[in-house]
Write a protein that binds this ligand. Sequence first.
Ligand code: B12
Ligand code: SF4
Ligand code: SF4
Length: 318
Amino acid sequence: MNIPLVNKSELTKIIRGKILAGGFHQVGIAAAEKLDKSELLVNWLKAGKHGSMSWMKNHVEARLDIKRFLPEARSVVMAAQNYYTDHTQSEDPSKGKISRYAWGRDYHKIIRKKLKIILLEMKQLYPGIEGKVFVDTAPVQEKLWAAQAGIGWLGKNTNIISRAYGSWIFLGGLALTIELEYDQPATDFCGKCHACIDACPTGALRPYSIDASRCISYLTIENKDDEIPVEFQDKLQNWIFGCDICQEVCPWNRKAVPTDEIRYHPDPAHIAPDLEEMTRLSEEDFKKQFAGSPVLRAKHKYFIRNVKTVLKSGQKSG
Ligand code: B12
Ligand code: SF4
Ligand code: SF4
């Protein structure tokens, strides 16, 4: 791919500038080559650690090789957005806990729009550039790319941890057909710590690897069984949508700084909803109360299932 009249270094500077000016807090760039650890996904799937997330088996070739996602890809530009705010979970046992990532507006729409605009601008400036946006739902192993692009390291809790922001960051990116200057992969600063492994109430974590089928986040968001499996019912610790325990205990999150993205600031109705009240939420009320929030992904029926499971198990607050 020949982009006329501009060199690699200038292009790199321009794209970095656009990502940061577009409201992202970090940017990192990696060459679009196959990543060593990407194949670990195959064993993970074979071992059934994806539970009922059968969509994780779709387009596995693309998850293993970015060139199956965008054949002419030369570079992967990773962007991270801080979503931390200075609020805490309620320890009142009559209240439910909703994961921080879902306190404000849905990041998928926010990040996708930002990245699409940047891609469009790049195409207008330099006709000939092709690219594809990804955020969460595309078959791209975003965490591995974020580590490769130097945004942060893959922690033992299987989240990307940035030295500047901790792990309260969303990821998204652009696969591009141009060559750019690349960042160094991130260094692992977990050291001897194992706080996340010890704190996980369901035993979902092994260092650097998760059994999603045991994770409260999966059990309360992705799992569409009528009942939460019995072995986990009394382990939810009041989490009714998602779970943040393995991030809350991470020392790298102690210095998290509140985000300037106002749309991630909590809707007061999402922080500590009353469990009894939630059981009476009609489908219509649920859609109204959580309009624009990731909580809608759980669907009314399963959200109520989560609330009732917590109530049944005696509201054990974490
Ligand atoms: C499937 C999925 C889930 C699953 C599985 C979680 C997971 N850790 O992968 C479930 C539903 C449980 C989930 C939960 C959450 N998720 Co999620 N999820 C995804 C998704 C769609 C795919 C991730 C994936 O490919 N997993 C596959 C397996 C194989 O990953 P893994 O166990 O981490 O194993 C990999 C590595 O750890 C490595 N590895 C394995 N063994 C070893 C050993 C060593 C020694 C080393 C070094 C490495 C290594 O190999 C594997 C290859 O990738 C991504 C978006 C995307 N497209 O990438 C978002 C994503 C990972 N999720 C995200 C978020 C925010 C969450 C939650 C925090 C939400 C919540 N609060 O409830 C939780 C966090 C739970 C946790 N502890 O990870 C963010 C993470 C941001 C970050 N800072 O890292 C992402 C990137 C979405 C986004 N665009 O921002 N999620
Ligand atoms: S999100 Fe909760 S259940 Fe899932 S691995 Fe972390 S601590 Fe365990
Ligand atoms: S709690 Fe400790 S081991 Fe776990 S991710 Fe954070 S630093 Fe790494």
